[in-house]
Design a protein around this ligand. Structure first.
Ligand code: BGC
Ligand code: NOJ
Length: 806
């Protein structure tokens, strides 16, 4: 069952009924001002940091769901009827509803009482504000006398405090209202130097800034008294709960349309120019006023929207493909790229499942996210790499997270996730292969942001690798520390305390528990270091670790997962539950381990036999059915959910890549399709999350809700699936020497075409299947290429590449 449809030409997903299984969201903003917005206009906005600079209030896990948003109410002043064109909060009487989620904008449209309203929400490039551009059309044969009410609820900046510290918060709310503009200035009188403004393009009849005056006592957002009575109260918030609501009157002739534009913005003032006049407590509005004047004009707003649309067109233009499969095309060309950019912006902070208060930017997450956007915004990838490396400790370890506002490591979580540093090497390698910018290796970067400790980035990478070697366990496999990629495999935690964080607590010495996964990751990272530096000794280190993995990490039919605190294997036939795990199969095969003795093939076969389901490949089998104190959070989840045997979509692409490396294009593509959200659109009632983006998990076969997705949007799944399909199945792979092209496509495909921007040159690729195998022959501009890497041509802006597969 579908709730909408893809409009690939417009690059939009069009939801055609509002009661989607869950709120299906989109993101506004791509630089510093951001928001999430659902298909019924629910969501919130923030500046840079979803916790510390929250502009508007949203209620997670609320009943009814998805409350707090960017709402307009329309009222027919003749009949007294009122409705919300975004369906919520009133949820009645809208016809022809549609919500178009596009790249950085959302358009919601509906008709009620013969009045059509369309609201386009977006954040202009270069600005710290959002626009709601409403077009209201009278379809009646007589004139309509309407009222429009806007409403947002202000958050008191720190979203966590906002939801908890009521004894203070209900006393501090402050606003100003000048010329119809509502200024939210809570705490501005003291230590904050930022405020929010909410403005409207039309003359304002009246306003409200105190929530209870607008709603009326004991009323909800679905029946505000101000709207019901058609009369705002001109309330001024002193404490309690400040809101922003304008009341506008509109007279529309038959067939007439009018636009009303609302602007919600964030503004900072220099400390010494906060007040106007100086010494007062009145907000200095000088910087905001010209911005408001500009964006309350329709022509400016249209221009800003067009610029945003073009901007996304340009970003998506880095790689466009045309394959025989529409799901591949739409994900690779549009939605997967978009999701990659969103994970770049948000890391894991703000979504329907991430409350914006819990987590900073993950070190592991952000380094892996790089794989998905390094070719789109290389300069920003460079900056991200430096920011991350600057949080690294001198011993090569890393803070698990850093705060986007301060770019400092997060002390509350600390370090000790022993895979973290190695991902930095993979991220930098991806950057170097894409850009050829070796200068980044000489960039001086401090450790733990401490002045005086600066060292070239290359030294950071060396320390990253050395960190693993300095932390080996009894089998000479890497010690796992708090956890590796699987944050829930907490082998030193031994938590008995309800509510204790599995990630930050640890109750045993960490000198025994080892990770086969980190062993595989080390092999990949060491090979990358050899390629970066030309130093062969890194390859020897890789080989030594690969041998150790084979010696102590092979279980007979698959790679083991780990050794626990007692030196007992995890992910082995010897175990009662959790006998096989997906992660080491993927990572060890990607590391090239077990290729010359058939073990890689064998591991892949075990994955197929034991872990693959029609909805994707699960993490482990058998699922843990009881709490294993020695394994930690993984066994805290009911079977089939999250790290305990769900289809953890991040890991599936590793198996796709493994299959491609083993020359099995059919299997790789089959796994790709099983979790491709577009390919799952038709079972939206089962999948339930948005069909245009990946979710972190799909419930596994042990779960009663097998096939149901959760935690959509902010997941490393985006970058890795993008890498799997573009670099390994389509085989378009940046290398140091040029653009590698080595497709391992399904046997049924007769080929594909692609256009890839690479180091300033457009590669126009036509791949044709001429035989059943994967052997590749390439010509570039008519000349035979030796091998599978097409060098970047000198002095040409374009190269025609013909690839024969057979
Ligand atoms: C989740 C993991 C996540 C970890 C760290 C756990 O509860 O299951 O997926 O990585 O928290 O935030
Ligand atoms: C989500 C986290 O963001 C990621 O870093 C981790 O690897 C996975 N969960 C698996 O635990």
């Amino acid at each position: 069952m579908r709730f909408g449809t893809f409009d690939d030409r417009q690059r939009e997903y069009v939801i055609i009924r509002p009661d989607t299984p869950l709120p299906w969201i989109n993101y506004l903003g791509c630089e510093s001002y951001f928001g999430i917005i659902s298909n019924t206009a629910g969501g919130y906005s923030f500046y840079q940091d979803a916790r510390l600079r929250r502009l508007t209030r949203y209620r997670y896990n609320n009943v009814p769901t998805d409350y707090g948003g960017r709402y307009l109410y329309l009222r027919d002043n003749a009949s007294g009827d009122y409705w919300t064109p975004t369906w919520q909060p009133i949820r009645n009487g809208v016809e022809d509803y549609s919500c178009r989620h596009g790249m950085g904008y959302t358009i919601i449209r509906s008709t009620s009482n013969d009045i059509t309203t369309q609201i386009r929400y977006f954040v202009p490039l270069g600005e710290t504000l959002e626009i709601w551009q409403a077009t209201i059309t009278n379809n009646r044969s007589e004139a309509a006398n309407l009222s429009v009410f806007s409403v947002i609820e202000f958050a008191l900046w720190d979203a966590q405090d906002d939801a908890a510290n009521f004894q203070r918060n209900l006393n501090i709310g402050e606003v100003e209202i000048v010329d119809g503009v509502i200024y939210h200035k809570t705490e501005y009188r003291e230590r904050r130097d930022h405020f929010a403004y909410f403005a409207c393009s039309e003359p304002v009849e009246a306003f409200d800034t105190q929530r209870e005056d607008f709603l009326g006592p004991y009323r909800g957002w679905h029946e505000p008294i101000a709207v019901e009575e058609g009369r705002s109260r001109n309330s001024v918030a002193h404490g309690w709960s400040p809101i922003g609501s304008h009341h506008i009157k509109l007279a529309l002739q038959p067939g007439e349309s009018k636009q009303v534009i609302f602007v919600l913005g964030y503004q900072e003032n220099p400390r010494d120019a906060k007040f106007d006049p100086p010494g007062s407590s009145t907000v200095n509005k000088k910087a905001a006023l010209p911005i408001i004047a500009k964006y309350t004009q329709r022509a400016e707003v249209d221009r800003a929207f067009d610029a945003l649309y073009d901007y996304w067109g340009q970003l998506l233009g880095a790689l466009q493909v045309d394959t025989p499969d529409e799901h591949t095309n739409r994900m690779v060309n549009i939605w997967n790229v978009y999701q990659n950019m969103i994970t770049f912006n948000m890391s894991r902070s703000a979504s329907q499942f991430e409350s914006g208060i819990g987590r900073g930017m993950g070190f592991r997450d952000s380094t892996q996210d790089l794989l998905g956007f390094v070719h789109i915004i290389p300069e920003r990838a460079r900056e991200r790499i430096i920011d991350l490396a600057a949080t690294q400790f001198e011993n090569g370890g890393a803070y698990h997270q850093y705060q986007p506002l301060t770019k400092r490591g997060n002390d509350a979580v600390g370090g000790g996730f022993n895979d973290d540093p190695l991902w930095l090497i993979l991220g930098v390698a991806a950057y170097l292969k894409e850009t050829g910018d070796r200068g980044i290796l000489d960039e001086m970067v401090p450790f733990d942001n401490t002045p005086g400790t600066e060292a070239p980035l290359l030294v950071h990478l060396e320390h990253s690798l050395q960190y693993t070697l300095d932390n080996l366990g009894p089998h000479k496999l890497p010690l796992i520390g708090r956890a590796d990629w699987n944050d829930c495999l907490n082998l030193n935690t031994f938590s008995e305390e309800p509510g204790e964080s599995f990630q930050t607590a640890s109750h045993r010495e960490g000198g025994v528990a080892e990770s086969v996964f980190i062993g595989g990751l080390f092999v990949i990272a060491a090979h990358e270091m050899a390629a970066i530096t030309g130093d062969e000794s890194y390859n020897e280190k890789a080989d030594r670790m690969a041998e150790t993995v084979l010696e102590h990490g092979w279980d007979g039919d698959w790679f083991r997962r780990a050794y626990d605190h007692f030196g007992e294997p995890v992910g082995s036939k010897e175990c009662e539950e959790g006998q096989i795990f997906i992660e080491p199969q993927g990572i060890c095969i990607m590391a090239g381990i077990g290729f010359d003795n058939g073990l890689a093939e064998k591991a892949l076969k075990s994955v197929e036999e034991r872990l693959a389901t029609q909805h994707g490949i699960v993490v482990n089998q058998p699922a843990y059915t009881r709490y294993h104190v020695e394994l930690g959070e993984i066994s805290s989840y009911p079977p089939g959910y999250k790290e305990n045997a769900s289809i953890f979509c991040h890991t599936n692409p590793w198996i796709m890549i493994a299959a491609a490396l083993l020359d099995d294009g059919d299997r790789a593509f089959d796994y790709y399709t099983r979790i491709n959200p577009s390919a799952r659109e038709a079972i939206s009632e089962v999948h339930r999350c948005e069909p245009y983006v990946y979710a972190q998990t799909i419930a596994g076969r042990d779960a009663p809700t097998h096939g149901e997705a959760k935690n959509s949007w902010l997941t490393g799944t985006a970058a890795w699936n993008y890498a799997a399909i573009t670099q390994w199945i389509l085989g378009i792979r940046p290398t140091y020497g040029g653009l590698g092209i080595q497709p391992v496509i399904p046997s049924t495909w007769d080929g594909f075409t692609a256009e890839r921007q690479f180091r300033g040159v457009t590669f126009k690729i036509t791949a044709r299947r001429e035989g059943p195998g994967n052997k590749v022959t390439i010509t570039a501009n008519g000349e035979a290429v030796d091998g599978t890497v097409v060098p970047v041509p000198d002095g040409q802006s374009e190269v025609e590449v013909i690839v024969t597969i057979g």
